[in-house]
Design a protein around this ligand. Structure first.
Ligand SMILES: NC(=O)c1ccc[n+]([C@@H]2O[C@H](COP(=O)([O-])OP(=O)(O)OC[C@H]3O[C@@H](n4cnc5c(N)ncnc54)[C@H](OP(=O)(O)O)[C@@H]3O)[C@@H](O)[C@H]2O)c1
Length: 222
């Protein structure tokens, strides 16, 4: 069975990814900002990973013992707002970039060899339509928008750099999902969003590497 490693499984979309892949029989490495929130499921491997804490990446790499990782999912993220012009919280803005952007790059940098050694060789970066510059018609959200636009830029470079190794990279917008990071008003449940994204990921071919897709599989403007 294939192996998936997911960040930010403490709640929301990450937790749902872990649950659904475990249910489908995959070997799951679920990582948590706070390991005390680990899912009660003995089939999974559970590990602590704060994506801003680089020594924890090294520890997790040792723990996985070089095992092939078919699917690496960068999901951990924080948002939405660092405030309005004139009252921006720059410390929070910097934290957002550390988690959403630098943390995602460090994840890939740490595990890319293990992805390359796997059968499926897929990397998914959980982005957001808020990171689409072309469809930004409402302004604001400086920190979050920039973090996801930057993540998309990183994803495109990874796609080009890793193509020859047969690795497929995709940036996925999960939709507007009812989670702590989304809103209770959101139309999609985490279960629905993750089911759609799993279907998309399963279909992704290497020739499609570098795509930025919505949950319905439609390409989003950069
Ligand atoms: N929900 C939506 O509508 C929506 C739309 C577009 C994109 N997204 C993206 O989807 C991803 C998942 O979000 P979600 O909606 O499931 O929200 P969520 O429930 O808040 O999930 C994000 C998880 O990441 C964890 N996290 C925060 N900082 C971390 C760190 N330094 N290291 C590791 N984990 C960390 C959070 O822990 P804490 O709970 O302790 O903060 C939380 O468990 C995010 O990248 C988000 O930007 C969501």
């Amino acid at each position: 069975m294939p192996t998936v490693l997911i960040t930010g499984c403490d709640s929301g979309i990450g937790r749902e990814f872990a649950a659904q892949y475990a249910q489908a029989g995959w070997t799951v490495w679920a990582t948590y900002l706070d390991l005390r929130r680990a899912i009660e499921d003995d089939r999974m491997h559970h590990a602590a990973l704060d994506v801003t804490d680089f020594p924890q990446f090294d520890a997790l790499r040792r723990e996985t013992q070089g095992a092939p990782i078919d699917l690496l999912i960068s999901n951990a993220g924080i948002g939405l707002d660092a405030g309005q012009l004139g009252a921006l919280d720059y410390a929070y803005l910097g934290r957002m970039w550390s988690v959403n952007l630098v943390g995602a790059l460090k994840l890939v940098d740490t595990f890319v060899d293990q992805v390359a050694a796997s059968q499926q060789r897929r990397i998914v970066l959980i982005s957001s339509r808020m990171g689409s510059t072309g469809s930004n018609l409402s302004g604001g959200h400086y920190g979050y928008r920039a973090s996801k636009a930057g993540l998309n830029a990183i994803g495109r470079s990874l796609a080009l750099d890793l193509f020859r190794q047969g690795i497929t990279v995709a940036m996925l917008h999960p939709g507007w999902v009812s989670t702590a990071g989304g809103s209770t008003q959101a139309p999609l449940s985490a279960a629905q969003s993750v089911a759609s994204m799993r279907t998309l990921v399963a279909r992704l071919g290497n020739h499609e590497t570098g795509v930025f897709l919505g949950p319905d599989g439609q390409p989003l403007p950069w």
